[in-house]
Design a protein around this ligand. Structure first.
Ligand code: DGJ
Length: 535
């Protein structure tokens, strides 16, 4: 048999994979599980919380990785999200280059970090910019969608069978390689495409797409969107009115992404997801004011039926107002969808929402653009230096990393609640059966809470036993009171400790000034185990 370059590449990949299989014990597959209405990501057999960071878009090249790992180490990230570029992976049709993936896998293992790989395939932020050159140079075959004026838009057509076929072939090769090259399960999840959909045109207006748009809405879409049409052949426009084009495009894009995901999953069943560029969760603008076709909150049910191979759809949250942020978390924390925040801002104003996401059993949280490649993201906010930009995330992860498994387990078991400060809300109460936990912001000694000057307070409280709690957080005061108003609380023992190898290690008992006004959390990581009694 004559060995073409493609065959040589495949043989090399297979032998590398065989070698790594021979040397390494295969670990269980990461997967998402659900119990009692709560989800968890199971890694190495137990719940795992991804303390994530996403690299900048152009940071996955081997020459850039030395500027990624130091940031990841500094942050105590346990999961790096990093792209795999189709243009690099398939430089010629059918010829796959595994060198970059293998470099990332090897270096991640050396840094003891897990990965979420982002397949920058047909869609990246609504465009086809990561398609290989041989596709970009053949727009007749790999066609873009057609806008209202009959012109090609800067967005791929979800009805292009040749692009779909090419993406399926490439994504399958990628997943097959991961299966062979990663018995260690360094890769926990894969994101299929990136913010798929279209900016500008609401959908494909080509004659072929128009015909489908005028045809009947598929029955499973009607059911998922809770629509009961008057006749079996009712059109998208009739059913969805002003949102018809967005719904139609979501169905078309999700169907395409779903086929890519299903093909990849058939060879290697890792958890898969798609991420969304959001619309305003409280005052959503009209179609056209947000990316059309992606898994925005209004079309999640369409994505669920059209792309069942995806384990979840996830919000990229670039918002800083607490009302908006919390609403997004609520919209994507659904009975049919585990919460995961694959992109958000790393700024101090947003870091606290990591705790809000924890309060909804998020399986991970991952601020964007946290590396030292000088690709300063727009999300850097007012930070002057890279360290300053990393600081809020580093603060969160320094606290949680040593007890990550414990937090993931308690959360999966429904024993944990977590909240973040909202401007103007000075206190809030968490209820745990016989005990209420009052969280106050900006309280000093015996002065009443006034709120922090910037809302940065955040805390998690987990019930370890009937009368024992784990409390950890920043910039707030916590106290407990019996739910029974006739009783008073007394602290039996407030232990300050630190987690080592997942186990709480006692440091000292806090008492006197440290507990008489409540339990005070400042800027340093503080973990308390609190035993209570009544009198
Ligand atoms: C959201 C995208 O998903 C990311 O890849 C990146 O482009 C950020 N926006 C903005 O920097």
């Amino acid at each position: 048999m004559r060995k073409t370059p493609a065959i040589v590449a495949v043989l090399a990949a297979v032998s590398l994979a065989a070698a790594s299989r021979a040397q390494v014990k295969e670990r269980p597959l990461p997967h998402i599980t659900k119990n009692d209405g709560r989800y968890a990501l199971i890694v190495d057999g137990a719940p795992f919380l991804m303390l994530g960071a996403q690299a900048n878009n152009s940071s996955a090249w081997p020459a850039m990785l030395p500027k990624v790992w130091p940031a990841i180490e500094h942050l105590q990230v346990n999961t790096l999200e990093i792209p795999i570029y189709w243009e690099q992976f398939e430089p010629r049709p059918g010829q796959f280059d595994y060198t970059v993936i293998d470099t990332i896998l090897t270096q991640a293992r050396a840094h003891r970090v897990r990965l979420v790989l982002l397949w920058f395939g047909t869609w990246k932020n609504g465009s086809q910019h990561y398609m290989p050159e041989w596709m970009k140079l053949d727009p007749e075959r790999y066609f873009h969608l057609t806008d209202k004026n009959g012109r090609p838009a800067d967005s791929p057509s979800p009805f292009c069978a040749a692009s779909l076929e090419a993406d399926i072939r490439a994504f399958t090769a990628f997943m097959r390689h991961l299966k062979a090259a990663d018995p260690q399960r360094t890769v926990l999840m894969v994101q299929v495409e990136n913010e798929p959909g279209t900016w500008g045109p609401l959908r494909d207006y080509s004659p072929a797409a128009q015909k489908i748009f005028e045809g009947p809405v598929p029955a499973d879409v009607l059911k998922a969107m809770d629509k009961q049409p008057s006749s079996p052949s009712v059109s998208w426009q009739d059913v969805f009115g002003p949102e018809a084009e967005v719904c139609f495009h979501a169905w078309a894009v999700a169907t395409y992404v779903g086929k890519v995901a299903a093909a990849g999953k058939a060879v290697y069943p890792l958890p898969l997801y798609a991420n969304a560029a959001l619309r305003d969760p409280i005052k959503p603008g009209a179609p056209g004011s947000y990316e059309s076709g992606g898994p925005t909150d209004n079309v999640i049910p369409i994505w669920k039926v059209a792309a069942p191979a995806l384990d979840l759809v996830a919000p990229d949250i670039y918002m800083r107002e607490s009302a908006q942020y919390l609403k997004v978390l609520e919209l994507y924390h659904r009975d049919d969808n585990p919460l995961f925040v694959p992109e958000t801002m790393g700024s101090a104003a947003v870091a606290r929402f990591f705790f809000s996401a924890l309060g909804l059993q998020t399986i991970g949280f991952s601020p964007f653009g946290l590396d030292y490649t000088r690709s300063r993201p727009a999300t850097a906010g007012a930070a002057n230096s890279p360290e300053e930009f990393l600081a809020p995330t580093a603060q969160n992860y320094k606290l949680i990393a040593p007890m990550m498994r414990e937090i993931a387990r308690l959360n999966f078991e429904g024993k944990l609640q977590a909240v973040a400060e909202e401007k103007g809300k000075l206190t809030e109460t968490l209820r745990f059966g016989p005990w209420n936990t009052k969280v106050s912001y900006g309280a000093s000694r015996n002065n009443p809470p006034a709120g922090n000057s910037e809302p940065t307070g955040r805390v998690l409280v987990a019930q370890l036993k009937d009368n024992q709690f784990l409390v950890a957080g920043f910039f707030c005061r916590v106290d407990f009171s019996p739910a029974d108003a006739d009783k008073r609380r007394q602290f039996l023992r407030v232990e300050e400790g630190e987690y080592k190898d997942g186990v709480f290690k006692f440091l000292r008992i806090l008492n006197g000034d440290q507990t008489d006004w409540g339990l005070n959390f400042g800027s340093d990581p503080l973990v308390l185990r609190v035993s209570l009694a009544t009198y």
